[in-house]
Structure formats: structure tokens, C-alpha cells
Design a protein. Structure first.
Length: 377
């Protein structure tokens, strides 16, 4: 017990001595306490730009991966559209007077062209007469007929000149109006429209497509009306010359026309595909040349050359296929025309031998039938 009491007394003495020493030692002044908000401002100034630069980048990377578009097809699908007659009428309405005059002149030229085969047949009759008899003056007898033919040739040339000038006037003005309206519509499209369509394709619509429409319009008005009038007039003349040959012509011509229509439909489809491929090639070239700085920066010259070369190769294949189709169509047309001429001469010659048809009438029938076949096919 005495030992424990002695130990506790010693501990109390040591504690008392320690307190006295702390009381007599000099104390240094306490440093002022800094606010933690200052460290927060310093850390935010240092780490803020890093956080702001990394977080949006991570967000956009994730967004691009989420919205990745599916791969496009190598053969783009061409969407057909119906012809807008109401819009066409708006472009055509300011030129109705000139169009009416052009139609009248075209019909007049067609009617004059119907009379020429009949006069040529009469001239052949005069030649055949002087070949057999050698009596009289050929120049005196054929002068009036030759003068009539020369007048018809001159009138036909003037009428053709008149309606072609008017159609050219109408076509060019309509083309200007179409290009202006199309350009105005393109300028008012959304930005997404220009992202989805290449500039070269849009420029092709302004140039190639409008030019194609203008050529087709003039062709339909000039040759369409003239051909219809000439076919009707020549059929009347042919029926007056020889009913049997006319029936033969009316049986053979529709069959050839059906085959020609089917082949023409395929050729038109190939022509449209060729135009679309040319537009795609122009789009690739326009894209590369318009962004040539980017192409140079990434050293993509070789790849752009390969892309453009691939589009040109596709254009070449389509154009060669179209050329083969046109060559086949022309070859078959020539064979059909020559066979019809041979058949007409064979049957017409038998009629001449039986004195059911004269040589001049056969000549007139040949010329008129060629006119019908050319206009129909």
C-alpha cells in the first residue's frame, strides 16, 4: 500500500511541475487562420479550364457514336416524280400567242410537205412518157410542174424557219424563267437540304436538266405536230393512190411502231440513268475542289482521284450501254425501212405490170410512205 501511495504522490508532483514550467515558458503568437474559400478559388481557376475542355469533348464523342448514320448504298435510288402540269402552265402562259403562231406555221409546213410527193409522182410520169415516146418538149411540159414544186419548197422553208424561230424564242425564255425560279427555290431551302444534296448535283439541275427540258419541249412541238399532220395527210393521199398498198402499210407500220416504242422506253431509261450518274460525278468533283484546303491538309488527293475516277468509270459504262442501245435501234430501224421499201416496190411493181397502178403513182406512194414511216417511228 505504501508503494502505491508513494507512486501516486510522485505523479501529482510531476504534473504540478509541468504546469508550472508551461506557465513560465514564453509563448509565440498564433498565426492568423486563413479562410478555406481562398483555396477553393485557386483550385477552381486551375482546374476549371481542364474540366470545361474535357467534359464537352467526352459528351460530343458519345453523341457522335450514338447518332452514327447507317452506311449509304453504293447505288443510290432514283425517285421518280410526276410531271407538274400546273407549274408548266405557269411558265407557258406568258408565251401562248407566240406558241399559237408557231403551231399554225408548223401545221402549214406539214400540209405543204404532203403535197410534194404527189407532184413528184406527176413529174416522174412526164419523165416516163418522154422516155417511151420522145415526142414533144420535156422542158415545156414540165416547166409549170417544176415551178409549182419550187414554190412549195420555198414556202415550206419559210414556214419551217418561222416556227423554229418562234419555238427557240419560247424555249429560251421559258428556260430563263425556270432557272430563275429554281435558283430562288434553292436559296430558300434549309441548311439540311444542302447537307443532303451535293452542290454539283444542284448545279446540274440548273444547267443540264433545264437544257434537256428545253430541247424536249421544242422537239415535241415542232416534230410532234408536224408528224401528226403529215401522217394524217399522207394516209389520205396513199389511200387515193392505192388501197391495197395502203392496207399493207397500215398493217406493217403499227407492228414496227410497237417494237420501236418498247426499245425507245428502254433507251429513255438508260438516258436518265446516265444523266444521274453524270450529276453524281460532278458532285464529287465539286466537293473536292470546293474543299481543296481540307483535302490538302489530310493528304487525300489520291483518294479523291479514286472516287472521281470510279464515278467517271460508272458514267462510261452507262454511256456505252446507251450507245449500244441506240446503235441497235438505228440498225433495226434501217433494216425495217429497207424491207418496207422492198416490199412496196415488189407489190407495187406487180400492180404496175397489171396496169392497176402507174409508175408515177408508185413513186408518189414510195415517197409518201417513207414520210409516214419516218414520222411514226
Amino acid at each position: 500500500y505504501s508503494d502505491g501511495h508513494r507512486s501516486s504522490t510522485l505523479l501529482r508532483d510531476v504534473a504540478h511541475l509541468r504546469s508550472q514550467l508551461w506557465a513560465h515558458l514564453p509563448r509565440a503568437p498564433l498565426a492568423p487562420r486563413q479562410s478555406p474559400s481562398a483555396w477553393y478559388w485557386v483550385g477552381g481557376a486551375l482546374l476549371g479550364p481542364v474540366v470545361l475542355s474535357k467534359c464537352p469533348r467526352l459528351y460530343f464523342v458519345a453523341l457522335c457514336e450514338a447518332e452514327e448514320a447507317p452506311p449509304a448504298s453504293s447505288t443510290p435510288r432514283v425517285v421518280g416524280s410526276r410531271f407538274n402540269w400546273k407549274l408548266f402552265w405557269q411558265f407557258l402562259r406568258p408565251h401562248l400567242l407566240a406558241l399559237g403562231v408557231a403551231i399554225v406555221l408548223a401545221l402549214g409546213a406539214a400540209l405543204v410537205n404532203v403535197q410534194i410527193p404527189l407532184l413528184l409522182g406527176q413529174l416522174v410520169e412526164i419523165v416516163a412518157k418522154y422516155t417511151r415516146d420522145h415526142v414533144g418538149s420535156f422542158m415545156t411540159e414540165s416547166r409549170k410542174l417544176s415551178t409549182h414544186l419550187l414554190i412549195l419548197y420555198g414556202v415550206q422553208g419559210l414556214l419551217t424557219f418561222g416556227y423554229l424561230v418562234l419555238l427557240s424564242h419560247i424555249g429560251e425564255r421559258m428556260a430563263v424563267d425556270m432557272r430563275r425560279a429554281l435558283f430562288s427555290s434553292l436559296l430558300r431551302q434549309d441548311i439540311a437540304f444542302f447537307d443532303a444534296n451535293k452542290t454539283g448535283q444542284l448545279v446540274s439541275r440548273l444547267t443540264t436538266d433545264v437544257q434537256e427540258f428545253k430541247s424536249s419541249f421544242k422537239l415535241i412541238i415542232s416534230q410532234g405536230l408536224r408528224s401528226c399532220t403529215q401522217v394524217a395527210g399522207c394516209l389520205v393521199s396513199l389511200s387515193m393512190l392505192s388501197t391495197r398498198l395502203t392496207l399493207l402499210l397500215m398493217v406493217a407500220t403499227p407492228a414496227l411502231m410497237g417494237v420501236g416504242t418498247l426499245m425507245g422506253s428502254g433507251l429513255r431509261k438508260l438516258s436518265r440513268q446516265c444523266q444521274e450518274q453524270i450529276a453524281r460525278a460532278m458532285g464529287v468533283a465539286d466537293e473536292a475542289l470546293g474543299n481543296v484546303r481540307t483535302v490538302r491538309a489530310f493528304a487525300m488527293e489520291q483518294r479523291e482521284e479514286e472516287r472521281y475516277g470510279a464515278e467517271l468509270e460508272a458514267c462510261r459504262c452507262r454511256a456505252e450501254e446507251l450507245g449500244r442501245g441506240i446503235a441497235l435501234f438505228q440498225g433495226l430501224s434501217n433494216i425495217a425501212f429497207n424491207c418496207m421499201v422492198l416490199g412496196t416496190l415488189f407489190i407495187g411493181g406487180s400492180l404496175v405490170a397489171r396496169q392497176q397502178l402507174t409508175g408515177g403513182d408508185l413513186m408518189s406512194f414510195l415517197v409518201a410512205s417513207q414520210t409516214v414511216q419516218r414520222d411514226v417511228l
